[in-house]
Design a protein. Structure first.
Length: 272
């Protein structure tokens, strides 16, 4: 179902954005994983000022796989991914550039009176053994699709977590957020909610949700950099093997000192 949805969304949004306004000399179209979209918008704004002859269009979130497919189909110049390319995708000749890491975080609606959690507690939440908060209010777990990068990251934490995540996918009546933005929206909207997001998304989009520390380890760029916060995701820019000059210029800007400074301010740890 998710594949059908992406297959429908990609041409719809890309087609709608083909001619966003007066034609410029060069255009760079970007989309992909929602966790990276907010930071890319800030980079695009700075890049337009530095390169007024290039327009950078940030399209609605398509997810990692959707962004990669759109690049391979020639519909995007840059796809944003929260996972490395698969062997099958690599065989089609794209190029991937890892540019930043960010914390994978567990977050709650602001009405939840918690600031910290343990991994054992989180496993109980996904397994369905913990369904209320300490004050008796209902704990509302926001799931991601089984194939989502957040779900894959959770499964990789431990065998016990993988089993709990598998059990959560079988539970009825839970909200399933199809994109990173949807997940943040639902955590903001639903009283008692608990789910996953990223430090980069929360910081760049100024989300009104509370990120939990894990057994005292707070998700920050410093704790990701020094490894004291244990869970992180890597963001990649995916292009064709020979991207357009404008796309190549934008990739260089993202990895420049100025681009890295922008990312550092909104929850990213830029990579060399």
């Amino acid at each position: 179902m998710a594949g059908v949805l992406v297959a429908w969304i990609v041409p719809f949004f890309l087609g709608a954005a083909m001619f966003p306004g007066p034609a410029l000399a060069e255009t760079v179209r970007i989309s992909g994983t929602g966790g990276a979209i907010g930071g890319m918008r800030l980079l695009a704004e700075a890049f337009r000022k530095a390169e007024p002859g290039v327009d950078v269009i940030i399209l609605q979130c398509l997810g990692s796989s959707g962004g990669i497919r759109a690049v391979l189909a020639g519909k995007l110049d840059i796809g944003l991914s929260a996972r490395p390319l698969s062997p099958e995708e690599m065989s089609q000749g794209p190029r991937q550039t890892a540019y930043a890491r960010t914390a994978l975080v567990f977050a709650v609606n602001p009405d939840v009176k918690r600031s910290d959690a343990t991994l054992a507690e989180i496993i109980d939440i996904y397994a369905g053994r913990k369904t209320t908060w300490e004050d008796g209010t209902t704990l509302r777990l926001i799931l991601r699709p089984a194939a989502d990068t957040d779900t894959a990251a959770l499964r990789n934490i431990s065998g016990e977590m993988a089993y709990a995540v598998q059990q959560s996918q079988k539970r009825e009546g839970l909200t399933v957020a199809t994109t990173d933005q949807n997940s943040a929206d639902e955590i903001e909207r639903i009283s008692g909610s608990f789910g996953t997001t990223t430090l980069a998304l929360v910081a760049s989009e100024k989300r009104r949700i509370r990120m939990l520390s894990l057994s005292g380890a707070t998700p920050t760029t410093k704790s990701v950099r020094d490894g004291t916060y244990p869970y992180a995701k890597t963001f990649f820019m995916v292009t064709r093997q020979a991207p357009s000059p404008a796309a190549e210029k934008f990739v260089r800007f993202v990895r420049s000192p100025g681009g890295k400074a922008i990312l550092s301010r909104v929850g990213h740890v830029p990579l060399p």
